[in-house]
Design a binder for this molecule. Structure first.
Ligand code: SF4
Length: 613
């Protein structure tokens, strides 16, 4: 259902359909997200599914209005209390997109309901992550009203653990709710329904509930290859011109190996499934080959929360050894070395979401990110040098964040306009399953409550809202200051994005000089016009050696020693170069470490390949 991304098939639906078929059940998959994208237009759909702030539950609200029933709050109240919230609300573009959605939502629901004869199905299942719940419930209500014999099953991240119970209580047309990973439980439920026996563990329902615990699925190699024929069939019928721009959804792992040892305080991604599990490299290769053979030579979007470090030993080299380079997307931990960035490139990885989140050491410590600001800066530069697209964010507003960290982050943001800007600079959102939520007082948060939007969407009482919500509002003593300081960071990023869009962000790079030597080109828009600024200047050997010495994060003393050891200059010239570069933000001082910000030509021999000193 909407608002799943329209540029790739649903991995959950594809996997469960394949599992049902393996168990001997015929299964159709419907991608009504494409129907809605057709009605509202791809651009508006993209805004609704990707840019609308999750905290306003805007799409859910529109479908609550369509579903109706008792207790729908007045729209003006929703707009005042939710959309107009200065921190968690939505801007004019989002309001326009929601108005457009409101105009087509009833028609859409009619089309989805009329798309097939629902009475031919014994079971209709809905998977819901982010804002798919109300569209699912609105359609499920119609199906059940017309065909009471159809069993309605809900599953997905919105019902994980205890979250599902209020939905079962309040929506009588829902029969079963999956409370976790359902690779085994879903086909088991189908068998139980067929045999008219008790439901298996892993579901909430109105019958006797099995006491057996839910467990995350472990043996990923035994999963079926997901079935995506329905998505590409629907895509060819609605947006045939988009076929070549879509992705194939795949997963090489589940859970998070970092979160197992140090759960990032803001992260609610994994729920009960934090334990890291991965497919073997051979299985990933075979599966992606099969999917590309079936659906075309499309890019691969890996849904993994974090790329396995073992992939650098088996999966990535295997891809690198192949002549064809299928574009790939991965989420990565940000303390990779340069050699690992090059391994990604060689394997055909073209786009990554890097877990940067901040450039300040103290804020990164508060988050338990296990990375330094200097490492984050080095990674962003290495990715850019290697030609990979990097998506990253800046989070702020943690109660225990040091005020000085904002000034440091602002300084560093202004120093790197030649790199890709962050997609978002935002106050920390409190998500269920994150340490910030589960242990909120210890992390300095107070007055934690389900976001007000839930009151305007779901017919739940306060206790049910607290049980079902994914997003929570909070307070803390330093919040007002944090929001003001964070606002400066967000404004800086907005200026940066505008400069990029207008192609005037500038560059900072070491370039070869004809007939020999190198120059430093510094046309960063944040620096031009500052006193003593030179746009292009030749580099002395000690200067070039210093830039290379600081390729990876390094201490000042060690950087000077490196330059002296390279015989490019003596200690005095190395120190002078360092002082000049730090003053001009060509080399950044981040915490106790230095790191070069200027793009370095790939052919230049840098001492150790990106190893932090
Ligand atoms: S933010 Fe990323 S690295 Fe941290 S626990 Fe979540 S998935 Fe793991």
């Amino acid at each position: 259902m909407p608002f799943a991304a329209a540029d790739r098939p649903s991995l959950a639906a594809g996997l469960l359909a394949a599992a049902a078929e393996e168990a001997g059940f015929a299964c159709d998959v419907k991608h009504f997200n494409l129907t809605l994208a057709k009605l509202v237009g791809r651009a508006t759909y993209h805004h609704l599914s990707h840019e609308l702030p999750a905290t306003v539950l805007g799409c859910e609200r529109v479908f609550r209005e369509v579903l109706g029933g008792e207790g729908v709050t007045p729209r003006e109240e929703y707009e005042r209390e939710v959309l107009s919230d200065p921190v968690w609300g939505a801007g004019a573009a989002s309001r326009r997109a929601l108005d457009e959605l409101r105009g087509v939502a009833p028609l859409f629901l009619g089309l989805a309901f009329g798309a097939c004869d629902w009475s031919v199905y014994d079971v209709v299942g809905f998977t819901s992550t982010f804002e798919q719940t109300m569209p699912s419930l609105a359609l499920a209500a119609r199906i059940k009203a017309a065909h009471p014999g159809v069993t309605i099953v809900l599953g997905g991240a919105n019902f994980e653990g205890e979250m599902g119970a209020p939905y079962l209580n309040r929506f009588p047309f829902v029969d079963f709710i999956a409370t976790g990973e359902s690779d085994i439980a879903f086909p088991a439920l189908l068998r139980a329904l067929e045999a008219n026996t008790e439901a298996p563990p892993g579901f909430l329902h109105r019958g006797p509930v099995s006491p057996a615990a839910r467990r995350p699925f472990v043996s990923l190699d035994t999963l079926p290859v997901p079935r995506f024929d329905a998505f590409y069939g629907a895509l060819d019928a609605t947006f045939p011109e988009e076929r070549g721009r879509t992705w194939i959804s795949v997963e090489a792992s589940r859970g998070c190996w970092w979160g197992q040892v140090s759960h990032c305080t803001f992260c609610g991604l994994n729920g009960d499934g934090m334990a890291f599990r991965r497919k073997s490299a051979g299985r990933v290769l075979a599966e992606t080959d099969a999917l590309r053979e079936r659906h075309g030579n499309l890019a691969l979007a890996f849904a993994d929360n974090i790329l396995s470090m073992e992939a650098f030993r088996d999966l990535l080299p295997a891809w690198a050894a192949r002549p064809e380079k299928t574009p790939k997307f991965f989420e990565i931990k940000s303390n990779l070395r340069r050699s690992q960035v090059l391994a990604l490139r060689d394997a055909g990885v073209t786009s990554v979401q890097a877990g940067v989140e901040s450039l300040s050491d103290s804020t990164l410590r508060v988050m338990r990110k296990g990375v330094s600001g200097a490492q984050n800066l080095a990674l962003l530069r290495w990715l850019h040098e290697a030609g990979l697209e990097s998506l990253w964010n800046v989070l702020y507003g943690f109660p225990h964040e040091e005020p000085a960290s904002y000034a440091e982050t602002l300084r560093l943001l202004r120093a790197i306009p030649h790199l890709p800007p962050p997609s978002a600079v935002a106050p920390i959102r409190m998500d269920r399953f994150s340490p910030n939520h589960s242990d909120s007082a210890a992390h300095g948060f107070a007055n934690v409550k389900a976001m007000p939007a839930y009151r305007h969407v779901f017919p739940f009482d306060q206790a049910e809202r607290e049980r079902a919500a994914t997003f929570f509002r909070y307070d803390h003593p330093g919040m007002r200051d944090a929001l003001a300081r964070g606002g400066e960071l967000a404004s800086e990023a907005a200026r940066w994005r505008t400069a990029v869009a207008e192609k005037r962000a500038g560059e900072l790079a070491v370039r070869p000089r004809f007939p020999s030597g190198t120059v430093l080109v510094d046309t960063r828009y944040t620096k031009t016009g500052t006193e003593g600024h030179e746009r292009v200047r030749p580099l002395q050997s000690a200067e070039l050696a210093m830039l290379l010495a600081c390729d990876a994060p390094i201490s000042p003393a060690r950087a000077i020693t490196r330059v002296v050891e390279s015989a490019a200059g003596d200690a005095a010239s190395a120190e002078a170069a360092l002082e000049r570069f730090v003053a001009g933000e060509v080399i950044a001082r981040a915490g106790d470490l230095l790191v070069t910000l200027a793009l370095l030509p790939l052919h230049l021999d840098r001492p150790p390949l990106g190893r932090a000193d």
